[in-house]
Design a protein around this ligand. Structure first.
Ligand SMILES: [Zn+2]
Ligand SMILES: [Zn+2]
Length: 368
């Protein structure tokens, strides 16, 4: 444990770095009062001579209770008045963890009122403000430009103009599906058989699979582990010996090394096992479309086709479609589908109707 020579500053003449063990100021000769704080300069001298080391470790200096004389640790009686040390007060031995004070102000702070043993806790340095990320800024600008373009496009498309369109033609078509019950052959699982099914045959078939564990196998893998393989001495601070000297304080810390180990485990092994169920083949009557009744025309007066059902037939779903053929003032023709019959019937071939077109020429509104 290294011992170094500390220093003290004179409160009377301001002289700095008086040698720690020196009892009088090198500048003005004033005695080193009991209020003087020791500190450890960065380039403090290491004490290696045996006699001086012994002095350094002989305990803190003490102040005489009668004449206030400054005495060394090994003095049992005051060198000034001869009083016993029992009546005197020893300087404090202070342990500084972390950085030892390297100036008089730091020493005073470290040995501040009430908490002489408080280790100096380094306050986290305030992080410098990060410059704003340039790439992110560019990205934001790109997004902004894209949004503006999208807005412009939306504005371009939503901007419409009104025109007169001529109805130059029309087309409509109406269909009625005609169904008949026919016998069809189907298959189903026994628990899903529809009512009315006439069973023809049954068989056992694979319906699903399930996982069955049939054993396990041993697998291995290499894992890394931290193992303590010793300790190291780490300097954690210094101790003010109260006599102008400082001693380094060490701590034993564990050291680790990484070892690789084989680790094994049991991995289950599965087999896919088929699950059988009863499959039934059956005949059943189903309504199927057999033909359509159809009507169409080239005007705006649609009609449903006449429905003639034969025995065993029924009416199925109906479908309808209405299309107008239009011509714009610049001679372009276009087709436009109308969704309901009532609207379609309000148009007349040969009559103009007001409309709105967007920039792409698509009809956005059409009135009879
Ligand atoms: Zn002085
Ligand atoms: Zn004395």
């Amino acid at each position: 444990m290294a011992v170094r020579e500390g220093a003290w500053d004179c409160p009377y003449c301001g002289a700095t770095r008086n040698r720690g063990p020196e009892k009088f100021c090198g500048g003005c000769g004033s005695p080193r009062g009991p209020e003087v704080k020791f500190y450890l300069p960065e380039d403090a001298r290491v004490v290696d001579e045996a006699g001086e080391l012994e002095k350094a470790r002989s305990g803190p200096d003490w102040t005489c209770g009668f004449c206030s004389g400054d005495n060394k640790g090994w003095n049992g009686f005051c060198t000034g008045c001869g009083s016993a040390r029992d009546a005197g007060a020893a300087r404090k031995v202070v342990q500084h963890l972390g950085q030892a004070p390297s100036s008089a102000e730091e020493a005073a702070r470290a040995a501040g009122p009430g908490q002489p043993e408080t280790p100096e806790v380094g306050s986290p340095a305030e992080a410098p403000k990060k410059p704003r990320n340039k790439a992110c800024g560019l990205c934001l600008a790109g997004c902004g430009v894209l949004l503006v373009l999208l807005a412009l496009l939306a504005g371009f498309l939503s901007c419409t103009r009104s025109v007169q369109l001529d109805v130059v033609g029309a087309h409509w078509e109406r269909l009625i599906s005609i169904q008949k019950e026919v016998t069809v052959r189907e298959q189903a699982w026994a628990d899903q058989l529809p009512s009315g099914a006439r069973e023809l045959s049954r068989s056992q078939e694979v319906r699903s699979h399930r996982q069955v564990q049939i054993g396990s196998e041993t697998r291995t893998r290499t894992v890394q582990r931290e193992v303590q393989d010793g300790t190291e001495r780490v300097k954690v601070g210094s101790r003010d010996l109260g006599n102008g000297y400082f001693e380094d304080v060490y701590e034993d810390r564990p050291t680790y090394r990484t070892v690789q180990e084989e680790e094994s485990w049991q991995e289950p092994v599965y087999r896919q096992e088929p699950v059988y169920a009863t499959r039934i083949t059956y005949d059943i009557e189903r309504w199927k479309e057999v033909r359509q009744a159809r009507a169409s025309g080239e005007d705006t007066r649609p009609e449903w086709p006449e429905l003639r059902l034969e025995p065993g037939e029924r009416e199925g779903p109906r479908t309808e479609k209405y299309v107008l053929k239009l011509r714009s003032p610049d001679g372009k023709t276009m087709e436009h589908e109308i969704q309901d019959a009532a609207t379609f019937q309000a148009f007349q071939v040969g009559r103009p109707c007001p409309a709105r077109l967007n920039r792409l020429g698509v009809i956005t509104e059409l009135r009879p």
